[in-house]
Design a protein around this ligand. Structure first.
Ligand code: ADP
Ligand code: MG
Length: 264
C-alpha cells in the first residue's frame, strides 16, 4: 500500500497563486475526501499529483518519493487516476480503454497477455460493465464512461487511487456502487467529492479546501460542523444518524432559509 504526502504545496497558473501551502497526508489504506466549493482548488491540487501542474513550492511525495522525480512509468505503477474530463477518440472499444491501464506493466512492444486480459475482465466486472466489453466507448452514457475509466484505473493495479469527483454524471444507485467499490478495494484513496454526504458516509477523513487553502482536516463528524459548513459553503448543515443509513449523514439547506437570519 502506498501513501501520498502533499508537503507545503503551492501551485501557480499563469502567474496567479491558485493553491497555497497545502500539507495533507493520506495513509496506506485510508480514504480521504477532498471537499470545497467550486473553484476552491481541489482539481488543481490533484493535478500536481498527476504531474500536470508542477508545484512552485513544496512537493508531492508518493511512497516517500517526489512524484516529479519518478519516471512516468514508475509513477503510473504507483498511482492510478480518474479525472473529470477524459476525452478519448471514438475508435476505442471499452476493452481497449480498460487495457490502456496495463501499459505501465508492459514492454513497449508487448501485446496483452492472458494475465492482462484477466485483469481487464476483472476490472470490468468490478464496475458491473462486463456486458459492454465490445461496445465502442464513445457510445456509452456519461455515467457508463465514468465506470469504464474507473475500471481502467483498477486494471492499472496501483496501490493508490486519485479521483476527481468520480460520482459526477452517475445516477444515485451508481454513485453508491462506485463509492462502495472504492471502500471495498481498501486502497489508499484520495478523492475530490462535491457531495458532502458522500464524504461523511464513506471517508475516513475529509480535507476541506477554500480559496486554494486547506482549512480543515479530520474525521467527517469533527470537521463538517454546522459552523464550518456555513463559513465555507454558505449553507446550513446538520449531522445526524437516521435509521436508513445506520451511520452519520449530513443534511444541508439554504442559508437564506435559516430562521436566525434576518432578511436583507
Ligand atoms: P475545484 O476543483 O475545487 O472546483 P479548480 O482547482 O478547478 O477548483 O480551480 C481553482 C481555481 O483555479 C479557480 O478559480 C479556477 O478558475 C482557477 N483555474 C483552474 N484552472 C485554470 C487555468 N487553466 N487557467 C486559469 N485559471 C484556472
Ligand atoms: Mg474540480
Amino acid at each position: 500500500m502506498t501513501r501520498i504526502d502533499f508537503d507545503g504545496v503551492g501551485i501557480d497558473i499563469a502567474g496567479t497563486r491558485i493553491v497555497s501551502d497545502v500539507s495533507l497526508s493520506v495513509a496506506p489504506g485510508e480514504m480521504v475526501g477532498l471537499v470545497g466549493p467550486n473553484g476552491s482548488g481541489r482539481s488543481t491540487l490533484l493535478r500536481s499529483a498527476y504531474r500536470v501542474l508542477r508545484p512552485v513550492a513544496g512537493a508531492v511525495l508518493i511512497g516517500g518519493e517526489d512524484v516529479w522525480d519518478l519516471s512516468a512509468r514508475e509513477a503510473a505503477r504507483r498511482r492510478a487516476i480518474v479525472t473529470q474530463h477524459t476525452v478519448l477518440g471514438a475508435e476505442f472499444s471499452v476493452e481497449e480503454v480498460v487495457a490502456m491501464g496495463r501499459t505501465p506493466h508492459k514492454g513497449m512492444l508487448d501485446r496483452d497477455g492472458a494475465e492482462d486480459r484477466r485483469t481487464v475482465h476483472r476490472a470490468l466486472e468490478d464496475v458491473h460493465m462486463a456486458w459492454a466489453a465490445r461496445r465502442s466507448f464513445a457510445t456509452l452514457s456519461g455515467g457508463e464512461q465514468q465506470r469504464i475509466l474507473l475500471a481502467r484505473a483498477l486494471a492499472q493495479e496501483a496501490r493508490l487511487l486519485i479521483l476527481d469527483e468520480p460520482t459526477n454524471h452517475l445516477d444515485v444507485r451508481a454513485q453508491f456502487e462506485v463509492l462502495d467499490l472504492l471502500r471495498r478495494l481498501g486502497l489508499t484513496t484520495l478523492t475530490a467529492l462535491h457531495d458532502l454526504d458522500h464524504a461523511v458516509s464513506y471517508c475516513d477523513r475529509v480535507a476541506v479546501m477554500a480559496e486554494g487553502r486547506l482549512v480543515a482536516v479530520g474525521a467527517p463528524a469533527d470537521v463538517l460542523t454546522p459552523d464550518l459548513v456555513h463559513r465555507v459553503f454558505g449553507v446550513r448543515a446538520v449531522l445526524d444518524s437516521p435509521p436508513i443509513t445506520g451511520g452519520p449523514r449530513i443534511a444541508v439547506a439554504s442559508a437564506a432559509s435559516a430562521p436566525d437570519r434576518s432578511p436583507s
